[in-house]
Design a protein around this ligand. Structure first.
Ligand code: 0O2
Length: 271
């Protein structure tokens, strides 16, 4: 479009100067005609763009209503509840066996409609509830925070061995942290939702993030200040600092594990 405008202006100016020469007076009106033609093309394409924007806005509004509806959200609420109950059972059982608390805390949420929409737009997915159901792994999200590094893997193994759940994907950002320094183990599972009694359960995807306290501390702060921050400022220096902290978190987690093992050995020696 910019090329059209520049070309149009050039033709008009040329025609105008040519019109100053008595034998070429027709050029001025030709120039004006060309210019008006270009203005019309530009206006038409603006109209088209506005129509595309309006269509997109309509799709988004429909999507937000669908994804915000009770019928869409209920199976995900159910899946979160199901996982929380399972984690509670695991925690009771393992804490008793280990003689220490196994899971420190559990949080869950169903992703907000706006957050679903932002992710769909970001990932250039089709803006429909069907696509959201199929492509978003974390509409139901549960976070389990453990005390020690090896607990993270122990918990993941137990969940993977739960017959009720269907395995979808495992993302190990503990072994291979993200470029930001983010560490966490993500387990994506299909979890049953018993919405209507007597019927076969519906399965929906849920993401379980398992991490240590130290990883959680880092992730919470980074999420707040960098990850979701739309910021025009250059954050590279801050990101560099976060990366350094992530390395420290890694070290601390390893040290804590060593300390726990040392204490255990000492206790056994005393017994
Ligand atoms: P929110 O608001 O926290 O929910 P996928 O479709 O699963 O292949 P996805 O979902 O982009 O791809 O997977 P990814 O990169 O594994 O991220 C899933 C979630 O992990 C994110 O969800 C964040 O919660 C968290 N996460 C990922 N990278 C980072 C990071 O660099 N820093 C922090 N603090 N958290 C991170 P959402 O939906 O992006 O955000």
């Amino acid at each position: 479009m910019v090329i059209f405008i520049v070309l149009g202006r050039y033709i008009c100016i040329r025609c105008f100067y040519k019109a100053l020469i008595p034998e070429d007076v027709g050029s001025l009106s030709a120039g004006i005609k060309i210019w008006s033609g270009i203005v019309m093309v530009v206006n038409d394409s603006k109209e088209e763009k506005n129509e595309t924007d309006r269509q997109f806005d309509r799709e988004c509004a429909l999507f937000l209503a669908a994804v915000g509806s009770e019928s869409f959200r209920a199976p995900y609420e159910d899946a979160c509840r199901n996982i929380r109950e399972k984690l509670e059972q695991i925690n009771d059982e393992l804490s008793r066996r280990m003689g220490r608390k196994f899971i420190k805390s559990v949080d869950s949420r169903v992703k907000s409609p706006q957050s679903c929409l932002d992710k769909m737009v970001d990932k250039k997915y089709e803006i429909t509830k069907q696509a959201a159901r199929e492509r978003l792994n974390d509409i139901a999200g549960v976070r389990a925070v453990c005390f020690f590094l090896d607990d993270v893997y122990k918990l993941a193994d137990i969940l993977l061995g739960t017959p009720e759940y269907e395995f979808v994907k495992l993302k190990d950002y503990v072994k291979k942290p993200k470029a930001s320094g983010y560490q966490s183990l993500h387990l994506i599972l299909k979890v049953p939702s018993y919405q209507s009694a007597g019927r076969e359960p519906d399965y929906v995807k849920a993401e379980i993030q398992i991490r240590t306290q130290a990883m959680d501390f880092w992730s919470d702060i980074e999420h707040h200040f960098v990850y979701k921050e739309v910021n025009d400022n250059d954050l590279s220096e801050v990101e560099e600092e976060f990366l350094k902290c992530a390395k420290s978190v890694r070290k601390i987690d390893k040290q804590m594990l060593k300390i726990r093992k040392k204490i255990l050995r000492a206790k056994r020696a005393q017994a």
